[in-house]
Design a binder for this molecule. Structure first.
Ligand SMILES: *[C@@H]1O[C@H](CO)[C@@H](O)[C@H](O)[C@H]1NC(C)=O
Ligand SMILES: *[C@@H]1O[C@H](CO)[C@@H](O)[C@H](O)[C@H]1NC(C)=O
Ligand SMILES: *[C@@H]1O[C@H](CO)[C@@H](O)[C@H](O)[C@H]1NC(C)=O
Ligand SMILES: *[C@@H]1O[C@H](CO)[C@@H](O)[C@H](O)[C@H]1NC(C)=O
Ligand SMILES: *[C@@H]1O[C@H](CO)[C@@H](O)[C@H](O)[C@H]1NC(C)=O
Ligand SMILES: *[C@@H]1O[C@H](CO)[C@@H](O)[C@H](O)[C@H]1NC(C)=O
Ligand SMILES: *[C@@H]1O[C@H](CO)[C@@H](O)[C@H](O)[C@H]1NC(C)=O
Ligand SMILES: *[C@@H]1O[C@H](CO)[C@@H](O)[C@H](O)[C@H]1NC(C)=O
Ligand SMILES: CC(=O)N[C@H]1CO[C@H](CO)[C@@H](O)[C@@H]1O
Length: 823
């Protein structure tokens, strides 16, 4: 109920609160809202990972997908970039996001943190916090606790002022303090324990009027509810019998790091995990992520987290439905919600059939609902339950709302699969138009000649401390004199730099001598490069580049980046080294053009750009071009294939780091994905041997109607000639349905089915995109499907011999119909 609509402004505010206040409590079975135990199905959407213009659609699609709750973290470092300087504008508009959730009629779970992990830069801690003398993060430290309390109070006061808490008629039904601390608490010892006790007391003192939760915290003090995170939480038990069993992070997929493949968690396995959770007494679960989105700007965590945070979530990075995952889960949600009363208040009994097959029966007022599960990872089972035989595929859960009829099986996907398609900007041609590029060099001469610095030191200083994360870039420059008789003097000398990363570019006497980054998830590496030094003074500049600050682990905040202590050495013949670690180092924070905000539209005109001889493979180069906004409303991406590594801006907005030259390993992408068995992100990835990320999201709201400008800063050298803008939409839809059911296909609104590319009734094999006819193929099925579907936005086909035809050669085969259609 929204009081602003219902009540006139003349009515006093207190009346308004009374009219719409929602009471939230809980017991051992469930969260109780206004006296009713509830089945809550929630999904994470992180507001800064999309745009305010996208929020209503994302939330609408979440609601249509059967969610009744949206969960988000609060991201401290985007809100308080400098001490007591707050920012809640644009993508940071937490209040607007929560109001959008409320307007859609959904509940909200606010995970205030303020530490969030989330593959977010530095776990969302502002780096200035780290630089306060005497501070220790996430432990019993007065300076830290004071800062945490100030920020947490600020957020709570803000949502209170906007009447966003349930007791005020707002959407927030739960709040979280800290995050996954239990996973790392050991090394913090007693101080960690005291810290958690303090967090609980501090949170309680904020009087939010709704329950507080702590995820992955087995020793969560009462009344904090401890909750579970993971790929499965069926065997989780809260630490108090009066706390409900809650799952705050059910990982729908996994994130992607630079150099990584595309993780994929099949719909069958996500559905299995959710169904098992509710079978075993869970009543609140949250998809992490329901929409993953994009790590815009420098928000990606690390090191080496990619710009796309798609997460293989039910809504893709751009906000499209990811089918069949979205639809398969929607069906599950509808059934679970229909069983709300019996699940949250019924009596529970179990029957085991052996070999991993079990029945759970919920009974209330003489009516029952049942789950039949088969946790066996390899063997299907046929069981007799209450006199009826049931076939239970391996690693599946069947739900029988009346304990007789199977309404849903997690392993049987009846929702269509959609294959997304990228299309060039221009409607007429399939070859993308070339953009008119202009370029200019980043001015680095002064730095390379030691004529420009921010400060100097005779120590090699850690990058967060030196640069406070104002930029990815930090220059360390020095000079070294090589005498004729210097023992290290030789033609072949090696410059050796021991760095904690994440990327290093070394310049010697004004020229790029080499670049390197760490591989295999590490960040510490030794850069070793043969260089030519002359007798006399030589200039050495080391550009250290961060690619997202670490966001996870005990004491992760202390994890170093940059050239901490070195050593930096010159190794000549005779193994004699010249250690220059304690030379006088000149530091320069950031790029000069970055400080001057070159990428802002107004500033682009203030400097000279070159049209002629567009350089390729040139490091430290800026490019710009104008382009028309792609027609229509489909999401837009820019294809940056050909570029090396850097950052991209659209009309002044940073769309994130790009790095298409960083390729995923060739191996480990199975041609057939087996969803059975405990999921690991390594199980079913795709994209082997391809760039980890080639396409970068350009939100529609970043684009103007007329001229738009793309600006790139290229760090290692690239060729912009093939860069082009594309739109993303559903290209093909497919489905494979067993005889006796109904096949349904649907194109997104505004499109209709233009052709049937494949239809086979019999024993077709393969999957969407690669269906093949089997030995039994009833030829008349194709025309029947064409008749029902072509020209329609959607179509339904009964999978029966009456509709599709028959063929005696198929014998008694239990047939299925596979169809692939073009939208
Ligand atoms: C049913 O089995 C689940 C685990 O599968 C267990 O948590 C629950 O306590 C059992 N219930 C009864 C009534 O035995
Ligand atoms: C899975 O099923 C097979 C055959 O029914 C059985 O031998 C095996 O023990 C089962 N595994 C588990 C973990 O129950
Ligand atoms: C030194 O850097 C500043 C910006 O930090 C820039 O304005 C100036 O032009 C630079 N000077 C040289 C000599 O490069
Ligand atoms: C290189 O740096 C790492 C991390 O700072 C440090 O542990 C290691 O001891 C250094 N190696 C040498 C040879 O000093
Ligand atoms: C770097 O080069 C020096 C000299 O060639 C050698 O001693 C050292 O082992 C090398 N380090 C690495 C990590 O390759
Ligand atoms: C330099 O080091 C290498 C390998 O450690 C060794 O084989 C060689 O004899 C050394 N040379 C001198 C001059 O010490
Ligand atoms: C470069 O090209 C732009 C547009 O393509 C044009 O407006 C400008 O005059 C050109 N500048 C030079 C120096 O040729
Ligand atoms: C479209 O759908 C309607 C209703 O399901 C159906 O009657 C018709 O045959 C379908 N095909 C075409 C081409 O309209
Ligand atoms: C990384 C992680 O925490 N994985 C956990 C996922 O959930 C399963 C089951 O709860 C745990 O066993 C994993 O350790």
């Amino acid at each position: 109920m929204r009081c602003t609509v219902l009540l006139l402004a003349v009515l006093v505010a207190s009346l308004c609160i009374c009219a719409s206040a929602t009471q939230v409590t809980y017991d051992g079975r469930a969260i109780i809202i206004d006296g009713e135990r509830r089945v809550l199905i929630s999904g994470s959407i992180h507001y800064p990972r999309s745009t305010p213009e996208m929020w209503p659609d994302l939330i609408k699609k979440s609601k249509e997908g059967g969610l009744n709750t949206i969960e988000t973290y609060v991201f401290w470092n985007v809100h308080e970039p400098r001490p007591r300087e707050y920012d809640f504008t644009g993508r940071r508009d937490l209040v607007r996001f929560l109001k959008t959730v409320h307007d859609a009629g959904l509940y909200a779970v606010l995970r205030i943190g303020p530490y969030v992990c989330a593959e977010w830069n530095y776990g969302a801690f502002p780096v200035w916090l780290h630089n306060i003398p005497g501070i220790q993060l996430r432990t019993d430290n007065e300076i830290y606790k004071n800062e945490m309390q100030i920020f947490t109070t600020k957020i709570v006061d803000m949502v209170k002022a906007e009447k966003l808490l349930a007791g005020q008629g707002g959407p927030i039904i739960l709040t979280q303090i800290e995050n996954e601390y239990g996973n790392v608490q050991g090394p913090y010892g007693d101080a960690g324990h005291r810290y958690i006790q303090w967090c609980a007391k501090m949170a309680e003192s904020l009087n939010v009027g709704v329950p507080w939760i702590m995820c992955q915290q087995n020793d969560a003090p009462q009344p904090m509810i401890n909750t579970c995170n993971g790929f499965y939480c069926d065997s989780f038990k809260p630490n108090n019998p009066n706390s409900p069993k809650m799952w705050t992070e059910n990982w729908t997929g996994w994130f992607k790091g630079w150099g990584g493949r595309d993780p994929h968690r099949p719909a069958e396995d996500v559905a299995y995990a959710v169904a098992r959770f509710y079978q075993t007494g869970g009543t609140f679960q949250n998809y992490y992520m329901y929409h993953g989105g994009t790590n815009f700007g420098r928000t990606a965590g690390g090191p080496y987290i990619a710009t796309s945070y798609d997460y293989d979530a039910p809504l893709d990075e751009y906000g499209n439905l990811r089918q069949p995952k979205w639809g398969h889960l929607k069906q599950l949600h509808e059934i679970l919600i229909s069983m709300e009363k019996v699940l949250t208040s019924g009596t529970v009994s179990n029957t085991s059939f052996g070999f991993g097959a079990d029945a759970t029966i919920y009974t209330l007022d003489g009516a029952s609902s049942c789950f039949l599960s088969n946790t066996n990872t390899t063997n299907d089972a046929t069981v007799t339950f209450q006199g009826i035989q049931y076939f239970l595929p391996a690693w599946s859960v069947s739900i029988l709302p009346d304990c007789k009829q199977v309404a849903y099986n997690t392993a049987k996907v009846t929702t269509q699969t959609a294959l997304m398609e990228m299309k060039p900007n221009s409607a007429e041609s399939i070859i993308p138009e070339q953009l008119d590029w202009q370029w200019r060099p980043e001015i680095i001469k002064g730095i390379l000649k030691l004529a420009n610095s921010t400060f100097t030191s005779t120590q090699l200083i850690e990058q967060k401390q030196a640069a406070a994360d104002e930029s990815d870039y930090l220059w360390y420059s020095t000079s070294v004199v090589i005498g004729k008789n210097d023992p290290s003097h030789s033609k072949e000398m090696v410059l050796s730099v021991n760095t904690t990363g994440h990327v290093l570019h070394a310049y010697v006497n004004g020229k790029l001598a080499g670049s390197q980054y760490a591989a295999n998830g590490k960040y510490q590496f030794v850069f070793n490069q043969t260089v030519h030094l002359k007798s006399g003074r030589n200039y050495i500049s080391l550009l250290s580049v961060t690619v997202g600050l670490q966001n996870y682990g005990a004491f992760f905040d202390m994890g170093p980046s940059g050239i901490v202590g070195g050593p930096v050495q010159i190794i000549g013949s005779g193994n004699v080294t010249k250690d220059i670690s304690s030379s006088k180092w000149l530091y320069k924070v950031g790029l000069i053009s970055e400080q001057k905000k070159l990428y802002e539209i107004d500033n682009l005109k203030k400097v000279k750009w070159h049209n002629e001889s567009l350089p390729t493979k040139r490091a430290m180069t800026w490019y710009k071009a104008s382009f028309p906004a792609p027609l229509g409303t489909d999401p837009v991406v820019v294809d940056l294939q050909g570029m090396g590594k850097g950052s991209a801006w659209i009309n002044g907005q940073n769309i994130g780091r790009y790095w298409p030259t960083n390729l995923a390993s060739q191996d480990g992408c199975p041609s057939v994905c087996n969803y059975r068995g405990v999921y690991k992100p390594e199980n079913c990835p795709t994209g082997c041997g391809e760039p980890t990320q080639r396409y970068y999201h350009v939100p529609r709201s970043f684009l103007g109607d007329d001229e738009n400008i793309i600006v790139l800063f290229e760090e290692i050298g690239g060729d912009p000639k093939d860069i082009n803008f594309q739109t993303v939409s559903v290209g093909k839809v497919c489905s494979k349905i067993e005889e006796g059911s109904t096949l349904q296909l649907k194109c997104p609104s505004g499109k209709s089915i233009s052709a049937i590319e494949f239809a086979s009734f019999g024993n077709p094999e393969g999957q969407c995109g690669s269906f093949q006819k089997g030995g039994c193929n009833i030829a008349s099925a194709l025309s029947a499907v064409q008749k029902a579907c072509v020209g329609n936005v959607s179509c339904s086909v009964s999978v029966t011999e009456e509709v599709l035809g028959s063929d005696s050669s198929c014998g008694n085969l239990h047939k299925s119909l596979a169809v692939q259609a073009t939208c």
